[in-house]
Design a protein around this ligand. Sequence first.
Ligand code: THU
Length: 130
Amino acid sequence: MDLSHVIEAARAASLKAYAPYSNFRVGAAILTGSGAVHTGCNVENASYGLAICAERNAVARMIAANADDRRIRLVAVVSPDAAPCFPCGACRQVLHEFGCEEVVVLDASGEHERCPFSEILPHAFGPEDL
Ligand code: THU
């Protein structure tokens, strides 16, 4: 699977965000162990605290899609409203649950930056710690 395809999937998802309160649109695309791509966008709510991030929506779609393909090789995160857009702390924890190895974001000039997951969530707590 081509990395540019995954980034493009995240960009397309970001344009579908439901973000009328923050006007901050985010798209995420997960590449799984088998090469499948699952996308998500943020979904906000009039009860502000119920907003769900793009990354966790992508994780939910991955889980619902195939119980035998739940290892996250990488996640691309794109926002047309900010660059770069790294996953929030809660999403980092949820992505770690499924072994996410790498995060890909776009800088202001549209170039992609690859970041090892251990750099954005060092000393992570996960399933292996229980
Ligand atoms: N948001 C995401 O979707 N992912 C992130 O990693 C950062 C924040 C969303 C949540 C909310 O809808 C909006 O961006 C502003 O916080």
